[in-house]
Design a binder for this molecule. Structure first.
Ligand code: NAD
Length: 425
């Protein structure tokens, strides 16, 4: 029986391993973490993260071939394949602070693997890491290896929070990077064999290590770039009377462009996009490519601009001050169907409003119910003029206007009220 151990029981490690366990009954999967509370939650009825369908998958496999444990060393030493799915946040101090990935957790995991291993292992980078990380990991492992053979693979995860289980069950592609040596190719094949239990062969891509590592950063940068592109357009739509929904629909109909990721919003969030682009920017700078670095930096700048623009719009519409005004914030997570609030744009919006001394009440139901609220009742209970600022273009603005609301929808033609109160950038 092949044994898999995954270090890091987070948003990636938990769901990914649960799906591997579900699809590969002949493989024993142990997910380990240094966080006792997280592991206890994985072993309880109240899982530590919310993902549609996750609970079902975990319940089917837990205790059979899926185990959650804090006994990191035991499971690592017994495993044939070790996934490392620890967090890789942006460095907050020292060299590269504010941009480079902090690989502290990765390094300590690699040192522990080297310490406790007694048999050959395949070590898989599941976390998103800077290109060339595998080289550093290889050095740590081989310099401390006591003659054990370690093969490093890069197998970045492309799941999106909110649809993680569906993404894992039916991935667009599985990417596996490895050394171009016979041992490297053998390791790639071993991991391919795991995914081949449920992923069609033509969707499993094998590349060299550096291509796999870089592809993950590139994919996130491209996705975020589309959001910043449509958000930049939304500002121009508001200035000209064009409607961003109509523009993105027309643009997305071009089969070379496609319709996905073209919704204007208050900005992208989540734990990955900003961190991975900053990381990409840093790598470009380190490789003497300032023009390339600046190109990608702009994606983040437009995102910050969009969040500021939203706050300014709220404040300027309400007579240039929200001091003492009560504002209900509907939804706080960075998108629907997730409980994750890491780097959510709502944080910056709320900070901006609090900076102007607003009184905030925040509500997040995890799933999306804001389309069907009783807006008439809400309107009746509000001080007038009553405003709705829609950062996701979710509400039916026309209906709300009929009730009497002044409505701001991102990138849409402005109400006369809003036109009279221009937001200063
Ligand atoms: P997370 O913070 O939810 O989980 C990481 C876990 O690793 C934590 O529970 C932490 O306690 C544990 N950990 C840290 N060091 C450890 C150690 N030495 N031994 C054992 N456990 C340790 O992070 P996440 O969202 O799952 O992300 C993990 C990686 O996957 C990151 O590199 C991220 O960029 C990448 N990624 C995330 C997503 C996503 O949607 N969240 C998608 C694709 C890739």
């Amino acid at each position: 029986m092949v044994k898999i151990c995954c270090i890091g029981a987070g948003y990636v490690g938990g769901p990914t391993m649960a799906v591997i366990a579900l699809k590969c009954p002949s493989i024993e999967v142990a997910v380990v973490d240094i966080s006792i509370t997280r592991i206890n939650a994985w072993n309880s009825d109240q899982l530590p993260i919310y993902e549609p369908g996750l609970e079902d998958v975990v319940k089917q496999c837990r205790g059979k071939n899926l185990f959650f444990s804090t006994d990191v060393e035991k499971h690592v030493s017994e495993a044939d394949i070790i996934f490392v799915s620890v967090n890789t946040p942006t460095k907050t101090r020292g060299l590269g602070a504010g941009k480079a990935a902090d690989l502290t957790y990765w390094e300590s995991a690699a040192r522990m693997i080297a310490d406790v291993s007694k048999s050959n292992k395949i070590v898989v980078e599941k976390s998103t890491v800077p290109v060339k990380t595998a080289e550093a990991i290889e050095k740590i492992l081989t310099h401390n290896s006591k003659g054990i053979n370690f093969q490093i693979l890069s197998n970045p995860e492309f799941l999106a929070e909110g649809t993680a289980i569906q993404d894992l069950l039916k991935p667009d592609r599985v990417l596996i990077g490895g050394r171009e040596t016979p041992d490297g190719q053998k390791a790639i094949q071993a991991l391919k064999d795991v995914y081949a239990h449920w992923v069609p062969e033509d969707r499993i891509l094998a590349t060299n290590l550096w291509s796999a590592e870089l592809s993950k950063l590139a994919a996130n940068a491209f996705l975020a770039q589309r959001i910043s592109s449509v958000n930049a357009m939304s500002a121009l739509c508001e200035a000209t009377g064009a409607d961003v929904t109509q523009v993105s629909h027309a643009v997305g109909k071009d089969s070379r462009i496609g319709p996905k990721f073209l919704n204007a919003s208050v900005g992208f969030g989540g734990s990955c996009f900003q961190k991975d682009i900053l990381n990409l920017v840093y790598i470009c700078e380190c490789n003497g490519l300032p023009e390339v670095a600046n190109y990608w930096k702009q994606v983040i700048k437009v995102n910050d601009y969009q969040k500021n623009r939203f706050v300014n719009r709220v404040v300027s519409s309400m007579f240039n001050t929200v001091s003492g005004k009560k504002i209900a914030v509907l939804g706080f997570a960075f998108k629907k169907d997730t409980g994750d609030t890491r780097e959510t744009p709502a944080i910056d919006v709320c900070k901006g409003l609090l900076g102007d001394k607003a009184r905030l009440s925040i509500y997040d139901p995890q799933v999306n119910e804001f389309k069907t609220l009783d807006y008439q009742r809400i309107y009746d209970n509000m001080r007038k003029p009553a405003f709705v600022f829609d950062g996701r273009n979710i509400v039916n603005a026309e209906k709300l206007r009929e009730i009497g609301f002044i409505v701001y929808s991102i990138g849409k033609p402005l109400d006369p009220w809003l036109e009279d109160m221009p937001a200063v950038a």
